[in-house]
Every structure is written in structure tokens, then in C-alpha cells.
Design a protein around this ligand. Sequence first.
Ligand code: XMP
Length: 509
Amino acid sequence: MEKILVLDFGGQYNLLIARRVREHRVYAEVRSYRDVTATTVIEEGYKGIIFTGGPNSVYDANSPKCDKKILELGLPVLGICYGAQLMAWLLGGEVASAGDSGEYGKVSFSHTGDALFDGVPGDSVCWMSHTDSIVKLPEGFKATARTEHCPVAAVSNGKNLYAVQFHPEVTHTKYGKKILANFLFGVCGCKGDWDMTDFARSSIEKYRREFKGKKALCALSGGVDSSVAAVLIHKAIGSDLTCVFVDHGLLRKDEGDSVEHTFRELFDMKLVRVNAANEFLDKLKGVTEPEKKRKIIGEEFIRVFEREARKIGKVDYLVQGTIYPDVVESGSGDAGTIKSHHNVGGLPDVVDFEGITEPLRYLFKDEVRAVGRALGIPDELVDRQPFPGPGLAIRIVGEVTEEKLSVLREADAIFREEIASAGLSERPDQYFAVLTDCRTVGVKGDARTYGYTLALRAVSTDDFMTADWSRIPYDLIARASNRITNEVRGISRVVYDVTSKPPATVEWE
Ligand code: XMP
């Protein structure tokens, strides 16, 4: 499989670089500069390397620097921003701060033409974000592009080493996609015949080799990420993988059974379902404060998982469904810090494992879904909307009780059914019901009722960091409201949440 190494120097767009390469159907792997030497590069058989940007100056004592020998292998290398400066500096060029004349945002540039700019108009627009720039070229290099304030906006040695001060991975660089394609196909000679099926196949082969004779354990939530990770490892090592599915009793209608059915029947997996609803409900008794609920559920989850893991006996690896956005949210690409930020954070500290495996840690959500499809996971699971770890407990305002859970489950299922059957051209990214602790008066069959107020929530979002409330059709809200008040006992009123994030959050608690 053709592979491009994205050598990570800490830049904010690094995740995008890998994604852009994969969009050209060439596999890209992000690795920290600390973990890679020239020997690694040869052993792994990379077709080319991209040095990413980064926040440092090459002259900072602690700035990230890679093995210079990587540049002497004769392999194609593309340096981007800090990566461009590092390449020049390692090869004897000079870099200096541009002081006040640093460039940020869209900037016009012109190039003099070389393999990187094949098919790119002589004058175009790029996205810049730098204070330092290359001021003296290494021997054998020439400048191939310039902007008003940056005479060295691109350099090359005309053979295998290329560098750009701007960011081709950002869409504001109008021909960025073309420039990356030129590097991948023109310079590295890639064919571009990779897809997520290849990723699935090669990962299975890799884990089959690496995990031979080893036992692995996976905490399965039924969400997309842990499901895809579990199926992938299961295809590699079969019954040497045990999945533990902790059913905390806070799942949606029929969710626990559906997760169990999918993994036990469809994939014939060794699955331990732990029905711990009573334990969780006991711990949540009388608790109304949202943060306290979350903490209790997180703690309890770890305790139950730990207990079950011990019953299974010695396991070598813990499989986690960490994906790239989780890595980014953890604030760095360092493996050490990732663990505690994952959904099941804390597990590795309390259970004795030899190692942690995160087979999806370089992928984005849509890529994970594509791997899931390639592995034969049903669409209804692969296309699932996100569901929070603390489950319905943070969708019930106030104390969580068995009775409220049952009311909310029914109402939520109706709302989801109505959305599914509405034939919307664009479905909201997340939609659910919330049981408020506000009771109101209603009238049914001439008699007074006094029941809960249920809120419906639907949001559109790219990244869940910000979200807008979805303008779903009134008729859809009307149908859902009508059915819920008729079919679910205990609800006397339905409202629709018209608050964006910020100022609200997606979940009510
Ligand atoms: P908020 O409410 O923070 O939600 O705007 C943003 C997204 O995160 C999900 N969410 C969680 N997911 N564990 C999770 O795995 C959690 O504790 C959690 N809390 C919120 C939420 O459903 C939405 O998609």
C-alpha cells in the first residue's frame, strides 16, 4: 500500500494535511517527529514525506527537529510553513523573523513554475500564517514562488525536495489541492488507488501479525467509533478479542438489545454484556446536579469495567475507538496525553494492560464510517448520531428514576421515528428528546392532567463545538408532539428548543 508520512511538528492544520492526501486516494499517516528516524522511514516504505507546520521558530532551543538524514534518503519531501523553514535550516539555509511584516490570511503569490506548480496559474492566492521565513536558500535550491512580503514563498532543489511557506491544505489556497496532487502524483509517483477498504484490509493484516497469541479487550458502547474498532480487531484475532458492553440502563429504547444482537449474532463476537442498570440507578438516587451525575456515571463505568476485566483474566491489549478529533481535543498529538481524554478515560490506569491499541486514531469521523461500511457493519449503526456516554441521565433534568427513563425512552423513540420517516433532504446532525422537571397542566377527555414538559432538540453542526438549532418543518414537530402526548403517559406538553450553541450546549445537562 502506498503511504505518505505526515511528519508532525505540532501545527494546527496537521490533521487537514493527512485528510487532503487521503482525499487524493493516497494513504497518509501522521506521526510525531520524535518517533521517526531515517531508518523508520526506510523500513516503513513511505513514498514521500510531508513536514507539517508548527508554532515554533527553528532557532528556539526546544523547537521540534527531525533526523536530518531523512532529507538525505533521496525520498520526496514537501515542507509546509515551519516544515519549509526546518528543511531549509537543516540543509544550511537561513531563516529569520519577518517581524511586523509577517503574513496572515489570504495573500497573492506568483510562481515561476516547477513540478509543484504544474497547472497552477502564474498568479494566484494562498493562505499564509507565519512570522518567520526563509531568507537564505540552501545550496542547490531556488525560490519558485513569492508574495509581496515574502520573496521565498516556495523553494525546491528541482529534484525531490520541495517546500512552501503557505498552507496548501487550507481551502483558501485556491490551487492547494492541485499543488498537493502535483507532489503526490508528479513528484512521489503515487498511483492514487487507495480507499478505506484497503485501510480495513491492511489494518486487519497488521493486527493479525502483531497480536498473534495475545488477548485483547474492548469497551464497547455501541457508538460508531468503538464498534468499528471492535469489528476491525475481531476480524484480525477473532475470539482472542473480548468486548465488554456495560449497559448502564441509561440507553435509548431497545438500544442495549440491538447492540448485543449486532455484535453477538452478526459478527459472532465474544461479548460480555453487563446489565448494571440497578447499580447505576442506586448511585444516582437523589442526585440532581448535572456535573455530579456525570462524575458518578464515569466513575461507576470504570468500576464495572474493571470488575469485568478482572473476571476475564489476563489481557494484553486494551482496544479503544479513539479517533483523530479526540486526539486533537486532547491538545496534542502525544500518545501519553490521549488516554485520559477519551470517552472511557481512566481505564488504562486502573486495569493492568501491556498496551493500548487505537486503530482509528488517524481517521476523521466520516472516514471511520467508511471503514465501518467496508467491514460490513450495518448502516443503521454506522450512520448513528452521537450519543453521550452518560446517556439519558443528562437528558433528564433533575433526579433520574426508572419511571422517568421509561417515559423519556418512549418519547425519544417517537421523535426519532418521525424524523426518520419525514424524508428530510438534510437530516439534523443530532436530534433527541429531553425530559424536563417542569410539570404543567393539560386536559385529556375532559379531565385535568398534570404531567411533564418534554423538550425536542435537533441541531445542525459541523463539529459539535458550535451548533445551530435545526429548522425542521412545523408539520414534523406537530406530528411528533401529537403522537408523544397521545402515546406516552405522563407527558402533558411538548416544546421545541430554539437555542443555538453557544450560548446553550447541545445537551441540556
Ligand atoms: P455539548 O452538550 O457539550 O455536546 O454541547 C456536544 C456533543 O458532545 C456530546 N456529549 C458527550 N459525548 N460523552 C460523550 O461521549 C459525554 O459526556 C458527552 N457530553 C456531551 C453531545 O451529545 C454532543 O454530540
